[in-house]
Design a binder for this molecule. Structure first.
Ligand code: ADP
Ligand code: MG
Length: 606
């Protein structure tokens, strides 16, 4: 084929492929534009997960009439002028790619009016057609584009600010449409974007509507604590500790340049860190902002998790909002088309500062016994490496693997599908049940085994449409986050099939009247919150499976729980009766066996 330069429409679609991955990316770009325009109020509205409609309105500086069409050209931006500016970017946008990219993959309308007249400007100046933003405009502009081309542009009255509407996202790009997830999942992603920016900009009042329903409203009072309250609710907000940490490089202004591994100026880490008991099962509750840009960063996540080490249970992740302020030249924001990742000129001082900031906050503000309480059952186990369950498991696994290579003499030393009748001998490390069977010793992971039992039970009840339900003495109100709300609304029916009786009760609040009987004695609010987080990241077709697993997991006896002989016997009996006694629902083993032959060998008798 001959080499030729692609036409503009194609170029824009290619660029759009990088910038606009899903509805949430459009919302992100539009909210960033609103923030760059200095808005103090931002409204976000979506319908049908954002595929049908996305509307972002702001009271920011607006776009002057003469520049409205230009804003839709690629690489047209008011935020930087020359390449040197890339070294010191202080705005969220700078690539001039968002508006043309969105227009390439959706039907777009925008109404905008530039800055109000300044006190000293004259009417004549204002009336000048195409006058610049600085002087203000009497009338605003309306523009509509389809397939990336302008179809209408006219004057239209409106107040200061911009309203941008995108409809029918990816209608012209069916391949992209196919990659989108379910509506609740996409809604959840959008809610996450709005949530993150609401946390990053507590001085801006955000209002977020999904399908006509108020999902999130922040007051814009300017304090992070207020934004956290608006977003995560009172229970979480009450357990968030403020972070304040500053570090100035040791060199003092003049003299030789700073050490290569240092920073060229001050680093400040502020924000809030959640008490360890807020630990969540996903990393979605850690938010990072670098110079007020929302970023995802494995290094930063790692720094925060490090700071919590020893404080959180295994598998739990902290809730934290981390604002990092560093000299703009220390960070390269131009490494990702959606600007959602950044590169630090030097990772290690940033890592250390974040880790220190969070760790200090946690240790300074928490009562020491509290820390010990949270950690106790886990620490006791992990202190002695020989008793570490992982080590034990490895030892026994090695044993059973070796067992398999033994010549098949007599009864094959393999676990049959059914479990033999076992005699409980005792409990070890408050995690394992020791039992004797026909051919050796059996070690049962109490949590995994009970999880298997509960899982089968929940499945069976589900099949027979007879969930075991426990009514609450009094209906409880249950608050959810914006992202969870999208999932909750969409899963009420399915949850009901499992025994949850829940109804909507105002903005992001629900009334819970009954829960599955298995959860009645547990902290069901925690279980339900975790479940919603899991569902948010999953396809709807897999929700049922996750609900089953989650009820089973939360209803199961915990590791670290001391069991009576009767309880252990009952548990082992029930395990013997399940169809798949050898693995938990996640596929991990419930039982390992040390055969008589292996014991002989270990003791050097064979
Ligand atoms: P970038 O943000 O990288 O400059 P965009 O394509 O997002 O590129 O926007 C192009 C230009 O349109 C911006 O530089 C800005 O001047 C203008 N603009 C876009 N959205 C808004 C808004 N909500 N308010 C004011 N100006 C805007
Ligand atoms: Mg932009």
């Amino acid at each position: 084929m001959t080499i030729r330069v692609l036409d503009n429409a194609t170029i824009n679609q290619i660029a759009a492929g990088e910038v606009v991955e899903r509805p949430a990316s459009v919302v992100k770009e539009l909210v960033e534009n609103a923030l760059d325009a200095g808005a103090t109020q931002i409204g976000v509205e979506i319908k049908g997960g954002g595929i049908e409609l996305i509307r972002v309105s702001d009271n920011g500086a607006g776009i002057p009439q003469g520049e409205v069409a230009l804003a839709f050209q690629r690489h047209a931006t008011s935020k930087i002028r020359r390449s040197e500016d890339l070294q010191k970017i202080e705005s969220l946008g700078f690539r001039g790619e968002a508006l043309p990219s969105i227009a390439a993959v959706a039907d777009v309308e925008m109404a905008t009016r530039a800055e109000n007249a300044r006190a000293d400007s004259t009417l004549a100046e204002n009336a000048r057609p195409g006058s610049t933003g600085a002087a203000g405009e009497l009338s605003g502009t309306y523009i509509a584009l389809e397939g990336g081309s302008i179809i209408t542009q006219k004057s239209q009255a409106r107040t200061r600010g911009t309203t941008f509407t995108a409809r029918n996202l990816f209608r012209r790009v069916p391949a992209r449409l196919k990659f989108l997830k379910s509506i609740p999942t996409e809604t959840g992603h959008v809610a996450n974007v709005v949530t993150q920016y609401a946390l990053a900009y507590p001085e801006v009042a955000f209002n977020f509507l999904t399908d006509g329903r108020q999902n999130l409203q922040t007051t814009g009072k300017g304090r992070l604590a207020d934004a956290v309250l608006d977003i995560y609710g009172t229970a979480t907000a009450a357990k968030m500790l403020p972070i304040m940490y500053e570090e100035t490089p040791p060199y003092q202004g003049t003299g030789p340049s700073p050490a290569a591994d240092g920073l060229s100026g001050q680093i400040r880490v502020t924000g809030m860190a959640g008490a360890p008991e807020l630990g969540r099962s996903s990393r979605d509750y850690m938010s990072f902002f670098v110079n007020r840009r929302w970023v995802s960063s494995r290094i930063l996540s790692y720094a925060v998790e490090e700071a919590y080490s020893g404080l959180l249970m295994t598998g739990k992740h902290p809730v934290a909002v981390i604002d990092i302020t560093i000299p703009p030249e220390e960070v390269d924001v131009n490494i990702h088309p959606a600007k959602s990742e950044v590169k630090f000129r030097n990772d290690s001082p940033v890592f250390r500062a974040v880790q220190k900031a969070v760790r200090r906050t946690l240790t300074a503000q928490m009562a020491v016994p509290g820390i010990a309480d949270v950690d106790a059952p886990y620490k006791a186990v992990s202190n002695n490496p020989a008793l570490n369950p992982a080590n034990l498991e490895r030892l026994f696994e090695a044993g059973s693997r070796a067992g398999k290579t033994l010549p098949p003499e007599g009864a094959a030393p393999r676990l049959a599908d059914a479990l033999p009748v076992l005699r409980v001998v005792g409990q070890v490390l408050a995690c394992y049940i020791l039992a004797e069977g026909p051919d050796g010793m059996y070690i049962i992971d109490q949590h995994a085994a009970h999880e298997r039992i509960s899982y089968d039970r929940v499945l069976k009840q589900r099949e027979q449409r007879q969930p075991e339900v426990q009514g609450l003495l009094e209906p409880a109100t249950f608050e959810v986050g914006p992202r969870q709300d999208a999932v909750m609304g969409a899963s009420l029916g399915q949850l009901a099939d499992f025994g949850f009786n829940i109804e909507s009760f105002g903005e992001r609040t629900y009334l819970v009247r009954a829960v599955p009987a298995l959860l009645a004695k547990e902290d069901w609010t925690k279980a339900l919150k975790e479940l919603l987080d899991t569902l948010a990241g999953e396809e709807k077709s897999r929700w049922e499976e996750h609900i089953t697993a989650s009820i089973a997991c939360h209803g199961a006896v915990k590791r670290g729980q001391v069991l009576s002989d009767d309880e252990m016997r009952a548990l082992v009996r029930q395990l013997e009766e399940t169809a798949n006694p050898h693995t938990c629902p996640h596929g991990r083993p419930t039982v390992i066996r040390l055969s008589g032959a292996q014991l002989e060998r270990e003791f050097g008798r064979s």
